[in-house]
Design a protein around this ligand. Structure first.
Ligand code: CMC
Length: 377
């Protein structure tokens, strides 16, 4: 019997989960019951990743083991680097990341997903190696040699080091770590759902994460963070923001970094990211993009009043990365190297009671058509 068709599965639950929760009316996001604002103030990305993956805040010894394990698995095989060297340098970094992550699975015995120990090490490797792949690609495409990770540096510090060969200002690492926390998980979004569909076939976790990376790339999902900065640069000055917003809306063009399927108020992550922008600017001077963004938000607030369309996580993040000198097309890979912990948390959760995803469709075609021979068509 046909059921009600919900385009985009809007409002249709696809799983029972205790990993995160969004209250779209009040603008609240919790990971395992803890608000993201509190995690940004008190936790680190690696500790938050542990919370998401294993369901509780780690004890000191658990955190130490997790940190050591991740730290010692950051290196990538030279063949992964060789593979990336063969990719066209003008290609999008998300495609390079997806290819490298899919290839990772060929090096590690992750096939038996019923083996809990194996799954732990797969999660360690994926959380550890994604930043190394992103940084390696960022350098290789400019003809620079990749930089090996440094075990004495924390997760975010090390990422900057692999990208630039220098240790960033501690405030930058702190702010960047908060950005990673804010992007780590977000209930049943498109990339998580994609990963879970793949996972439901009992595919290995490298394949699961590679498929999630593909879904994250699109401009309606993670790719919006790049589009926002392109839009802000296009607008150029705060004075031109209002006419840009009016023009976009009258041409039915969506404003990038605005709107959300679940939030009907401002995304709480956008609010935290705005605060992070201000902390960064206090130390390093402001960004003209921020002034433009404020004006876009103000104009959109007036023109879209009552429609429940406000800035989402992608609206302010790119301004921070841009100020840190990170190239625009790396923004979505940064999202992926954080969100991998959420994807893996859902993968582990689903494996406990896995059921193959096999939804239905409502057939709208014809029946009983005759086959017409090619000379009579
Ligand atoms: N700018 C202008 N109008 C908008 C926007 C926007 N950004 N988003 C939604 N609307 C309007 C849309 O035109 C439609 O209006 P109407 O009913 O008059 O035709 C109405 O709101 C419903 O839009 P929808 O696209 O059907 O709603 P949705 O729940 O499918 O949209 C969304 C969610 C995120 C795809 C959409 O808001 C959008 O395309 N935003 C821009 C891209 C973006 O910022 N994506 C990042 C999402 S959050 C982080 C992530 O997932 O990675």
């Amino acid at each position: 019997m046909p059921h009600d068709f919900m385009p985009g599965l809007a409002g249709v639950p696809a799983a029972t989960s205790s990993i995160s929760d969004v209250d779209g009316q009040r603008g609240v996001l919790e990971y395992r019951g803890i608000r993201v604002e509190e995690l940004c103030a008190k936790s680190s990305y690696l500790e938050t990743a542990y919370l998401l993956l294993f369901g509780h805040l780690p004890t000191p010894s658990e955190l130490q083991r997790w940190t050591n394990d991740v730290t010692h698995h950051r290196r990538i095989k030279f063949r992964i680097i060789d593979l990336m060297k063969c990719l066209p340098e003008q290609g999008h970094p998300m495609d390079a990341l997806q290819a490298a992550v899919a290839a990772l699975g060929m090096f590690y015995p992750g096939r038996n997903v019923k083996d809990i120990e194996n799954n732990y090490w797969s999660a360690v490797r994926l959380v550890a190696k994604l930043p190394t792949i992103v940084a390696a690609w960022a350098r290789l495409r400019h003809g620079d040699a990749p930089i090996s990770p440094r075990d004495d540096l924390g997760f975010s510090e090390n990422f900057f080091y692999m990208l630039t060969e220098s240790v960033a200002h501690p405030l930058w690492s702190e702010i960047f770590d908060d950005c990673l926390i804010l992007h780590a998980e977000h209930t049943m979004n498109a990339s998580t759902f994609t990963g879970l569909v793949t996972a439901s076939t009992l595919a290995d976790p490298y394949t699961v994460v590679a498929s999630s990376i593909g879904a994250l790339k699109g401009p309606l999902h993670g790719g919006a963070n790049e589009e926002v900065v392109v839009m802000l640069k296009d607008i150029g000055t705060a004075g031109k923001a209002r006419s840009y917003v009016e023009g976009s809306l009258s041409n039915k063009k969506k404003l990038m970094g605005f709107g959300h399927r679940v939030y009907k108020v401002k995304d709480p992550r956008a609010t935290v990211l705005q605060g992070l922008c201000q902390s960064l600017f206090k130390e390093c001077g402001s960004s003209p993009l921020y002034e433009v963004a404020l004006e876009v938000e103000r104009a959109a607030g007036e023109l879209l009043k009552g429609k429940g369309i406000y800035p989402n996580v992608d609206f302010y993040s790119g301004i921070i990365y841009d100020k840190m000198g990170i190239e625009i097309d790396l923004f979505t890979p940064l999202f992926a190297m954080s969100r991998v912990s959420g994807w893996l948390a859902h993968w582990l959760e689903q494996l406990r009671e896995n059921k193959l995803f096999r939804p239905d469709q409502i057939y709208s075609g014809e029946h009983n058509r005759p086959y017409v021979p090619i000379d009579r068509r």
